[in-house]
Design a binder for this molecule. Structure first.
Ligand SMILES: O=P(O)(O)OC[C@H]1O[C@](O)(COP(=O)(O)O)[C@@H](O)[C@@H]1O
Ligand SMILES: [Mg+2]
Ligand SMILES: [Mg+2]
Length: 338
């Protein structure tokens, strides 16, 4: 079916046949998302040449300093996806409220959530960043879109994906029918299927966590990491490797490629701030959990499956522990025991 030059456009049209009730709207929407990511990729690639690095001099709703590229990427996503009539509304990590499609455009049956630029602390140092997105169905076609419409568990996602702006630009997608990876051919401006049927090995000897938070960790996380660090002489009887890119997209992509565990767990510092975690449920945790599960991995908060959570707020944050299935089950076991 897929030849060695399958384009993402061909793939999206084929994929639409697997999504129940999908019409041309679904493929049209995915194509617009792909276009937005190409535009962002182009800006990221040109960096300082086009003056897009540095701070925008303002904070977002998350209380984080926005980079110029956070703001520009957010704008690209809004402009690329608002006009075609596929969407009723969008929600972004960078915007306080939902963005109903303006009255001058037709409204459609889907909702789009996105983190326009993930890992933005890496932009100025020229390390990989990305875009994460998720597509939901609008619960009620007739009514004015509301924040409540977006508060659907991750299991309701119709599609999710990310673009990775690394040494090459890649797009990784799931519509609930496995995970496929595409590489942007800059010469023709099209993503080509290069990583069909991506799967995460169940076993791994590599983990990723921001170890500067170690003193705040909860006992099950501390236990898991301690055992990994003890290596061959310890409980696990094997040496482990560690990575921390501080760009969830790059981290998840590594795990999809060679396995591993990624953790941004609950800790005492996060709890003291009154937050439920560091990463955002609707823009980061749910889409990445969908992709990871579709690739045979697992994604939990510690005790529960992330995709089963009933979201309570648009910008809700959750603990995230995801990756190779056997390790995630082990970490979940440690949480149950503690
Ligand atoms: O700086 P820290 O605490 O290590 O956090 C890194 C994490 O924060 C994030 O950058 C959050 O994403 P944003 O850049 O979109 O805010 C994740 O991608 C990454 O895993
Ligand atoms: Mg992010
Ligand atoms: Mg972001």
């Amino acid at each position: 079916m897929h030849n060695n030059r399958t384009t993402i456009t061909q793939y999206i049209i084929e994929e639409q046949r697997h999504v129940a009730g999908a019409t041309g709207d679904f493929s049209g929407l995915l194509n617009d998302v792909v276009t937005a990511c190409k535009v962002i990729s182009n800006m990221v690639n040109h960096g300082a040449l086009v003056g897009v690095l540095g701070s925008a001099g303002q904070e977002n709703v998350q209380g984080e300093t926005q980079k110029k590229l956070d703001v520009l990427s957010n704008d690209v996503f809004l402009k690329s996806n608002e006009w075609a009539g596929h969407l009723a509304a969008m929600a972004s990590e960078e915007m306080e409220a939902i963005y109903p499609i303006p009255a001058r455009y037709p409204r459609g049956k889907y909702l789009l959530t996105f983190d326009p630029l993930d890992g933005s602390s890496n932009i100025d140092v020229n390390v990989s960043v990305g875009t994460i997105f998720s597509i939901l169905r609008r619960p009620d076609d007739a009514a004015e879109p509301t924040e409540q419409d977006f508060l659907q568990p991750g299991t309701e996602q119709v599609a999710a994906g990310y673009a990775l702006y690394g040494p090459s630009t890649m797009m990784v997608l799931t519509t609930g029918n496995g995970v496929n990876g595409f590489t942007l051919d800059q010469n023709i401006g099209e993503f080509i299927l290069t990583h069909p049927g991506m799967t995460i090995p169940a076993e791994t000897r590599e983990f990723a966590i921001n170890a500067s938070n170690m003193r705040f960790w909860e006992p099950p996380v501390r236990r898991y990491v301690d055992e990994c660090l003890a290596g061959r002489e310890g409980e696990r009887g094997e040496d482990f490797n560690m990575r921390w890119i501080a760009s969830m997209v790059a981290e998840v992509h590594r795990i999809l490629t060679r396995g591993g565990v990624f953790m941004y767990p609950m800790d005492e510092k996060i709890r003291a701030k009154g937050q439920g975690g560091k990463l955002r449920l609707l823009y980061e945790a749910n889409p990445m959990s969908f992709i990871v599960e579709q690739a045979g991995g697992a994604a939990i908060t510690g005790r529960e499956r992330i995709m089963s959570l009933q979201p309570e707020a648009l910008h809700q944050r959750v603990p995230v522990i995801l990756g190779s299935r056997n390790e995630i089950e082990r970490i979940q076991g440690y949480h149950r025991e503690s």
